[in-house]
Design a protein around this ligand. Structure first.
Ligand SMILES: *[C@@H]1O[C@H](CO)[C@@H](O)[C@H](O)[C@H]1NC(C)=O
Ligand SMILES: *[C@@H]1O[C@H](CO)[C@@H](O)[C@H](O)[C@H]1NC(C)=O
Length: 345
């Protein structure tokens, strides 16, 4: 009896495991398809017609985007949205996107991409949005190289307006990384480990929104609006900002809306530590705010007083000297006068 039950349990277990392993795709309303489980896309039923599918959702499918996404016969030309979040994707290459050249919205968040073949997105000429939050793995340099590689492309990314690279522990981004994406309007780099801005001049000329919340930025370069001329909204909350006067003045720029102001605080200098940048007193930078300036003014006063003192002492000393020396001079004069006098007479 027990053996029979065990056999049934094992058989059921194997059956569910196979179903689970193989995964499956489901057409929901004729135009969107959801695939779940391992190889779900690669094992698509090739006798069916998928040419109407415009939104493709693929999850927990262990995609390898250096290979074909779906079988040769399957037509996915209508797909404009691919949501491949949460797939343990580790590699991407251009081959993975060849079957979906018309994708406009590409979601690749929650993956572990550590390898990218050269120019992976070259086929996606209609791309408008690329979301890769919590998607990249590797050390500082590997990530910086990989991100540069994404956009150093034959594709001119004419339509690409929004790039999201939040939560990737990014420390470094090469200054020219986004130069090719000329129409970029919104760049999200929040919750990374970026310490400083390093965007090249004459890039990002169209950028309107720059999200840098939750990084390690202390200093905002004073010429920031020169190389980001169109930015109209910015988030630099939750960064260890050094609220020197240059920074405070930049942040009081009226042309830019700063988001999450309540979370935008000074980490230094000590007298304003923990205070909200946008609630600092109006006179924080207009009056004698710079302690070093104060000190040097005080030093100037002291030096001035000392100088006056020295002058006064010198004058006194000279008076005494001339007093001392006046006697012989008077005497010689007298002598002279005396000597002349008879001649005169
Ligand atoms: C698939 O369906 C579309 C319209 O629904 C049709 O135009 C096309 O010819 C079909 N393709 C195949 C291979 O049957
Ligand atoms: C993509 O899929 C994930 C996981 O199912 C979901 O949380 C997210 O909202 C989806 N995004 C879009 C734009 O469909």
């Amino acid at each position: 009896m027990i053996e029979k039950v065990l056999v049934v349990v094992v058989v059921i277990g194997i059956f569910f495991d196979r179903v689970h392993c193989q995964g499956s795709c489901r057409l929901t309303d004729g135009v969107s398809m959801t695939c779940r489980g391992k190889n779900s896309l690669r094992d698509l039923d090739t006798t069916k017609n998928y040419s109407q599918v415009d939104s493709l959702y693929v999850h927990q499918s262990n995609l390898d985007l250096t290979f074909d996404l779906a079988p040769e016969e399957v037509n996915l030309n209508r797909v404009t949205l691919l949501n491949a979040t949460d797939n343990k994707i580790t590699r991407i290459g251009s081959r993975g996107f060849n079957k979906i050249k018309n994708v406009q919205f590409l979601y690749l968040s929650n993956n572990q991409i550590s390898q990218a073949q050269p120019d992976p997105f070259r086929a996606l000429e209609k791309l408008e949005l690329l979301e890769m939050d919590d998607a990249l793995e590797g050390n500082t340099e590997e990530k910086a190289d990989m991100i540069r590689n994404f956009f150093d492309s034959k594709n001119r990314f004419i339509h690409l307006a929004k790039i999201e690279l939040n939560k990737n522990k990014i420390e470094d981004i090469y200054p020219k990384t986004f130069c090719k994406v000329e129409g970029l309007r919104r760049l999200e780099l929040s919750n990374n480990r970026i310490q400083s801005f390093s965007f090249a001049r004459h890039c990002l000329g169209e950028l309107k929104g720059l999200m840098l919340a939750g990084n390690l930025i202390e200093k905002i370069p004073s010429d920031i609006w020169d190389f980001l001329p169109s930015v109209s909204s910015m988030d630099i909350s939750n960064n260890p900002l050094n609220c020197d006067c240059d920074t405070v003045r930049l942040l009081r720029d009226d042309d830019v809306i700063f988001l999450n102001q309540a979370e935008t605080k000074c980490a230094s200098p000590p007298e304003v530590e923990g205070q909200r940048v946008f609630e600092l007193k109006k006179d924080y930078c207009s009056t004698a705010r710079n302690p070093r300036g104060k000190a040097s003014f005080f030093q100037f006063i002291v030096l001035f007083v000392i100088a006056i003192g020295i002058l006064w002492l010198y004058k006194k000393y000279r008076e005494r000297l001339s007093h001392l020396s006046s006697a012989p001079v008077g005497y010689t004069n007298l002598q002279h006068e005396q000597a002349v006098e008879p001649e005169f007479v």
